[in-house]
Design a protein around this ligand. Structure first.
Ligand code: NAP
Length: 334
C-alpha cells in the first residue's frame, strides 16, 4: 500500500492505494523477505501529514512506513539465510527486496525465544516505549499512584503491569467496559474506567486516585490530560508518550496555559519522549520484558486481523478502539 493522498482529519481507506508490481531479483548483498505480520501503529497517522516532526513524512506515492516481521525467502547476503526470520521497517508490503541496512533496521529474530509477532508488540517497539517511557521518564516508586490513559492498548497495557511490578497503585482509562474488565480482572490494575461513559474525568480521577497522581503515562492527551493535571501530586512526573485523541483533529485546541500552573504548584515534571531516545538501552528492555513475560508477570494480548488487504481498515480501527493490546495484520502463514 502506498500513500495516495494526505488526509484532512480522520483518514479513510481512499488515502491508501494498493499497488502491485513485479518483485525484482535481489542484487549482491540483498535478500527477499516475505512479511508474515505487519505492525499497525498510531504513529503512522503522523507520517501521513506533511508537517514538521521527529521523522519525515511519507511522500505521496511511497509505500507506507511500518514495522514488519517475516521470513527470508531468497538471499544473496551471507548474513541472512533462506528461512531466517527478520524484523524490520519494511512498510505496508507483502514482500521486500532489501540489504537490511539504513532505515529498514533489519534484525534477525529467533522464533524459539517467543512467538515472532511479539517483536512488533510486547518485546518490540511498543514494549520498549512502555518500559523506558515509564521507568526512565517517571521512575515510579513503591506505593505511588500511576495513571495510564489508553490503558488497554499495546503500550498502555504493558505500562500498567510494569507499574504493578514496581509496587504502585495503578489506574487506567480505556474505551469500553470489556477493556476495563480486561485491565482489572486479567492485568491486575487496581481500578479502571471507561472514558466514553464518564463526563467528569477530573472527578472520576479524584475518586479513583485518592492520594492524587504521582506518575501519569499519557497516551491520549486532550481532555483526559487536562483532568489528570488537576489531580497531580507534589513532585509528580508526566511521561508524554502519545496524543492519539488529537491526531485527527483538524484544528487542535490550544490549551497548555490552563494546566501549566499545576506543574508549578506541584513542582511537577512533564517530558515528551520518542522511544528511539532509548535505542542504546533496548537490549536491557528486551531482556527484562522477555523475562517478565516468561515468568507470567507481564501478560500481553494481540488483536490479529487476517489478510494483507485489511491493513488500511485495521489502521483506521485504531482510532475507533477496535484493538485490545497490540494490533497486527497477519499477511501469511509461516
Ligand atoms: P494502542 O493503544 O494499542 O491503540 C490505540 C488506542 O487508542 C485504541 O485502541 C483506542 O483505545 C485509543 N484511542 C483511539 N482514539 C482515541 C481517542 N480519541 N481518545 C482516547 N483514546 C483513543 O496504540 P499503541 O501503539 O499502544 O500507542 C499508544 C499511544 O502511544 C499512541 O498515542 C501512540 O502514538 C503512542 N506511542 C508513542 C511512542 C513514542 O515513542 N513516544 C511509541 C509508541 C506509541 P480506546 O478503546 O481506549 O479508545
Amino acid at each position: 500500500f502506498t500513500l495516495a493522498s494526505r488526509p484532512k482529519g480522520t483518514p479513510t481507506e481512499d488515502n491508501f492505494e494498493l499497488v502491485t508490481e513485479e518483485l525484482r531479483e535481489p542484487a549482491d548483498g540483498e535478500f527477499v523477505v516475505k512479511n508474515l505480520y505487519l505492525s499497525v501503529d498510531p504513529y503512522m497517522r503522523g507520517r501521513m501529514n506533511d508537517a514538521r516532526s521527529y521523522a519525515d513524512p511519507v511522500n505521496i506515492g511511497d509505500v507506507m512506513v511500518g514495522g514488519t516481521v517475516g521470513r527470508v525467502v531468497a538471499s544473496r547476503n551471507p548474513a541472512y539465510a533462506e528461512g531466517d526470520h527478520v524484523m524490520g521497517f519494511f512498510g505496508w508490503t507483502e514482500y521486500v527486496v532489501t540489504n537490511g541496512g539504513g532505515a529498514s533496521m533489519a534484525t534477525k529474530v529467533d522464533p524459539n525465544l517467543a512467538p515472532i509477532s511479539t517483536t512488533l508488540g510486547v518485546l518490540g517497539m511498543p514494549g520498549m516505549t512502555a518500559y523506558f517511557g515509564l521507568l526512565d521518564v517517571c521512575d515510579p516508586k513503591e506505593g505511588e499512584t500511576v495513571f495510564v490513559s489508553g490503558a488497554a492498548g499495546a503500550v498502555g497495557s504493558c505500562v500498567g503491569q510494569i507499574a504493578k511490578i514496581r509496587g504502585c497503585r495503578v489506574v487506567g482509562s480505556a474505551g469500553s467496559q470489556t477493556k476495563v474488565d480486561y485491565l482489572v480482572d486479567e492485568l491486575g490494575f487496581d481500578a479502571a474506567f471507561n472514558y466514553k461513559e464518564v463526563d467528569d474525568y477530573t472527578g472520576k480521577l479524584a475518586e479513583l486516585c485518592p492520594k492524587r497522581i504521582d506518575c501519569y503515562f499519557d497516551n491520549v492527551g486532550g481532555a483526559m490530560s487536562d483532568a489528570v493535571f488537576m489531580n497531580l501530586n507534589f513532585f509528580s512526573r508526566v511521561s508524554i508518550c502519545g496524543q492519539i485523541s488529537m491526531y485527527n483533529a483538524e484544528r487542535p485546541e490550544m490549551g497548555p496555559r490552563l494546566v501549566l500552573g499545576t506543574l508549578l504548584v506541584n513542582q511537577a515534571t512533564a517530558r515528551g519522549f520518542i522511544v528511539t531516545n532509548f535505542l542504546n538501552k533496548f537490549p536491557e528492555g528486551v531482556r527484562q520484558l522477555g523475562q517478565w513475560v516468561a515468568e507470567g508477570k507481564i501478560k500481553y494480548r494481540e488483536t490479529i486481523v487476517d489478510g494483507f488487504e485489511k491493513m488500511p481498515s485495521a489502521f483506521l480501527g485504531l482510532f475507533k478502539g477496535e484493538n485490545i493490546g497490540k494490533q497486527l495484520v497477519k499477511v501469511a502463514d509461516e
